[in-house]
Design a protein around this ligand. Structure first.
Ligand code: C2O
Ligand code: CU
Length: 467
């Protein structure tokens, strides 16, 4: 059979000779959908026994499962979540990418829910909230990477106002984890906590290399979430047509044919897959996300997100007639022509820190580690700002801003044909990336940070206040 594990540079064989592995059937998490503009859910974070890939594991779950339930919403809906903490550590909830208020019981990253306690979140989606796939995960600084790697994540779907025609829609939540011999989440070395851990089981909806089935000529809608703590997913689909509708909450004006899609940790892809006969394979090609640049003494361990076979798609049976091409999608305001009221530079750096008895790397933005009590940046409500994200380090950092999405403008001085909005923008090692942000609709305090969650837990996060 074919194994789907690959760690670092170890790699694995994949390619033209891959035969359909006898993988488990593809399955999606439970879905909870809003009715009449309202969705009320209870999410309980707790330890539990689950099946992860082909192993019995002790992990962290929302409502007993990995992933947690999918929350299906429409623009204008109100979502109420009672989060109950049955973990050993504090936790909280972030609705990643949703354009909702960061204040009070909204998408407030400063809330702390102690073990045994509960918290009631209330999110109100604006009537023009962009459709797309979003996700939720804990955000208590210092425990985020452990809790997400442990299994605490789930998807949020905001439906299209005008549905896109497809034979079916699928959600693929991709995560990675390492288990020890007894099925516990494996210990993470201090080095992996600095460079960003990658698990050696790479799972789709908690399953190892699931098998999907379709008929020839069918068009499917795939929503893919990179819920890995640090692993980049350079997605490729061999044996089928792949079209990209958009990344995060942003959409191209019409779907474009692509050979591959790079998803940094936290990114989502909205895809169309059109089958031909035979077996297609969804895999991640290797992606080199940099190294420690010799900071750790003699050695300079690299961080390669290795090759992985993620899923297979068996295409059998009678062909179906082709659907018409998808027409143009409504795009949000293009910020390239917007007047900019402020320009800022944010420098992401790694250095040698003095913390924890020395020998630890420091992870900073503009020279400072995260401090929840300090405001690092302010912006005026309604303004458009241009941020230059400078990566002064030998590793990539995927930069995430809560609440207000970013429009990618330029990478290393080269203008990009931008997806209108994304909430995680990868800033490659030793690079400069320009983005524009419309600070519309909401005021309050929130955060921006590296979405390699180990880097965030190590301090690579800042506080923004919109007034
Ligand atoms: Cu998905 Cu602030 O995180
Ligand atoms: Cu980082």
């Amino acid at each position: 059979g074919v194994t789907a594990t690959a760690v670092g540079g170890a790699g694995l064989l994949w390619g033209s000779s891959v035969r359909t592995p006898p993988g488990p059937r593809f399955a999606e998490p439970t879905e909870l959908a809003s009715k009449a503009g309202r969705l009320r859910v209870r999410l309980t974070a707790a330890g539990g026994r689950v099946r992860l890939g082909d192993r019995d594991a002790s992990a962290l779950t929302f409502n007993g499962g990995i992933p947690g339930p999918t929350l299906r919403l429409k623009a204008g809906d109100r979502l109420s979540v009672r989060l109950r903490n049955e973990l050993q550590d504090p936790t909280n909830l972030h609705v990643h990418g949703l354009h909702v208020s960061p204040e009070g019981s909204g998408d407030n990253p400063f809330v702390m829910v102690e073990p045994g306690d509960a918290f009631d979140y209330e999110y109100e989606l604006p009537a023009d909230h962009p459709p797309g796939v979003y996700w939720y995960h804990p955000h208590h600084h210092g425990t985020v990477a452990d809790q997400v790697a442990g299994g605490l994540f789930g998807a949020i779907i905001v439906e299209d106002p005008e549905p896109i025609e497809a034979a079916r829609e699928r959600l693929l939540l991709i995560s990675d984890v390492s288990l020890d011999g007894s099925g516990q989440i494996a210990d993470v070395s201090p080095m992996a906590r600095m460079l960003g851990r990658e698990g050696d089981l790479v799972l789709v909806n908690g399953r190892l290399t699931p098998r999907l089935a379709a008929r020839p000529g069918e068009r499917e809608r795939w929503r893919v979430v990179n819920a890995c703590v640090s692993r980049y997913l350079r997605l490729r689909l061999d044996g089928a047509r792949l079209q990209l509708i958009g990344i995060d909450s942003g959409r191209f004006s019409s779907p474009r044919d692509v050979d591959e899609v790079l998803l940094a940790p936290g990114n989502r892809a909205d895809l169309l897959v059109t089958t031909t006969a035979g077996t297609a394979s969804l895999r991640a090609a290797p992606y080199d996300r940099g190294d420690a640049g010799g900071m750790m003494g003699g050695g300079s361990p690299g961080t390669l997100s290795g090759a992985v076979l993620l899923a297979t798609l068996a295409v059998e049976g009678e062909a179906v007639p082709a659907l018409p091409e998808v027409s143009a999608q409504p795009a949000p305001r293009d910020l390239r022509s917007a007047p900019v009221t402020a320009r800022r530079e944010l420098t992401f750096a790694m250095g040698m820190g003095a913390g924890m008895g020395g020998g630890m790397m420091s992870f900073t933005i503009n020279g400072r580690e995260f401090d929840a009590g300090r405001v690092d940046t302010t912006a005026a409500e309604g303004s458009v700002e241009e941020w230059t994200l400078v990566n002064d380090s030998p590793m990539d950092h995927p930069v995430h801003l809560h609440v207000w999405p970013m429009q990618l403008i330029e990478v290393n001085g080269r203008e990009v044909e931008a997806v209108p909005r994304q909430d995680v923008v990868n800033v490659p090692a030793r690079s400069r990336v320009r983005v524009r942000i419309a600070f519309d609709r909401f005021t309050g305090r929130s955060v921006y940070h590296c979405h390699i969650l180990d880097h965030e837990d190590n301090g690579m996060m800042g506080v923004i206040e919109v007034r």
